[in-house]
Every structure is written in C-alpha cells, then in structure tokens.
Design a protein around this ligand. Structure first.
Ligand SMILES: [Zn+2]
Length: 225
C-alpha cells in the first residue's frame, strides 16, 4: 500500500520539492548537506542567549538551524506548520536531542515544555508543531515532556504588525501556568520552532520563572539571526 501511494504521490523533498529516492527521508541529500546548521550548542551558546540578554535569565540556549527569509529552512518550517508535515518536528527533535544528550550542560534537564498554541489555533491546525520536537528531545535526555503546564490565554495573530516593545508588553499577559508546585526546583527546557525577536520565549520564560527555584534553558529548531 505504501509503495502504491508512493507511485501515485511520490515523496518529495521538504525543502526543494524534488522527488526523493528510496533511501532519502524528508530531505534530499543535497538539501540535507546545505542545511544551515548553527552548531551553537557545541561552539557558541552565547549567540542565542544574546537575543534574550537582559530580558530573561537562561542556563543554556541553542537553535539547530539558521533561518533566513526565502531560505530552505523557511520552506521546511512552512511545510511543518501549514501543510501538516508533522514528521519534520520529530526529525529535528531526534537530531537536536541526540546532540544535546552528549553535552554536560543539558544532562540535568528534568522536563521539556513546549511553547503552547492558543486553543482555537490548536484545533484548526490539529497539532502543535513543536510537540514532537519536544517529545523526541525528552526521550533523548531522559526527561519528562509536559504540555499542560504552560497555557496560552489569548490569540496573537496580529502581533507581527507591532514593534518589538509593544509586542513584548502585550505578550506579557498572554501566557499562564498551571501546576506550579510539581515543577518547583526543576530544570526546564522550553522549546519552540523559531526564535526571531525572542518575544514569545521571553513571555513564556517570565511566567515560568514564577515557579519556585527553577532553572530555565531554551532550544529551538531555528533562529533568525
Ligand atoms: Zn531537496
């Protein structure tokens, strides 16, 4: 059946749309080699922290790929968010998870928390594009995955049109936390698909940091830097 479907709808590369050969998964060999890998978690943790410097206190921060407008990462994330290709989330999660698992900085992570979607967005998309990414990282780090602690309480579809300052002051109130107690004293890894201005991460971090005695780190699929 799978073979038959492949004949009718040949699997194509998530970045360039060329047909994949039998041994290629999600990306063709050429696009895979051209992915703009940051290696920040190995070489320059400060690069991601810099975006949030002076706004939230982080232990560790990394992003797997550089994001640029019209680049292949934008194409891949578009397929993940708007075309239902959720397997991209697992793919990046397994990849980054296996790398973070080799680093001492990430050994004491207790729980992975994804940036949540607003409930109507979640319903219309059918999935949070960060869930599988977070679940795979949790597996790799032997940590828990908790997508009920952080709740988005307001939709923010028009936020992109506002300036940076306005955006984060507005965002300040749109995330909430439940079950504070169970996470007290834990090292939380907050995960998202992309860091741009850092305002979403900052808003989430601000509410999470209300939990007693927690340590906070961040990992994303991509960063626009
Ligand atoms: Zn390709």
């Amino acid at each position: 059946m799978k073979y038959l479907l492949n004949l009718i709808f040949p699997k194509v590369c998530e970045a360039c749309n060329l047909a994949l050969s039998d041994n290629e998964v999600l990306l063709c060999t050429s696009c895979r080699h051209h992915l703009p890998i940051t290696n920040y978690h190995f070489e320059n943790e400060e690069a991601v922290k810099k975006i949030l410097y002076g706004r939230v206190k982080l232990e560790n921060a990394s992003a797997l790929l550089h994001f640029s407008k019209k680049g292949i990462v934008q194409q891949i994330l578009h397929n993940l968010k708007y075309r239902g290709h959720e397997e991209i989330s697992s793919f990046f999660g397994k990849w980054l998870g296996s790398e973070l698992a080799t680093l001492n900085n990430y050994k004491d992570i207790d729980v992975i928390v994804p940036v949540p979607l607003y409930k109507t967005k979640l319903r219309s998309r059918g999935y949070n594009q960060v869930t599988k990414f977070g679940q795979e990282i949790a597996k790799a780090l032997n940590a828990d995955f908790n997508d009920s602690v952080l709740i988005k309480t307001k939709s923010t579809t028009t936020q992109v049109f506002k300036g940076r300052y306005k955006r984060w002051t507005d965002d300040g109130a749109i995330f909430n936390i439940s079950e504070k107690e169970s996470l007290a004293g834990k090292h939380i890894l907050l995960v998202d698909d992309i860091i741009t201005s850092g305002s979403t991460i900052e808003s989430c971090a601000r509410v999470l940091l209300n939990i007693n005695n927690i340590k906070l780190s961040v990992a994303t699929m991509a960063i626009a830097d």
